[in-house]
Design a protein. Structure first.
Length: 73
């Protein structure tokens, strides 16, 4: 499954909202040294019930708009 994500780092709490075809993911982690990407994978693995290794960031490692591939859904 391929999904489009918009990340909002340094939010008050971790939260996932779906708006149309895009997921907005609010993360408490800052966008420094890959901390937000790591937190994103952890939050999405819990949300979708898959292992962290099943989530791959295909595009957008250094931007807020990302395309992810989630296997096992």
């Amino acid at each position: 499954m391929i999904i489009d994500i918009k990340v909002i780092p340094q939010a008050k709490k971790n939260l996932i909202k779906q708006e149309n075809d895009v997921f907005k993911v609010y993360l408490t982690a800052p966008a420094v040294d890959g901390k937000a990407n790591k937190a994103l994978i952890e939050v999405l693995s819990e949300h979708f019930g898959v292992k962290k290794s099943a989530i791959l960031i295909k595009k957008g490692l250094k931007t807020r708009s990302k395309t992810l591939f989630i296997s096992g859904l």
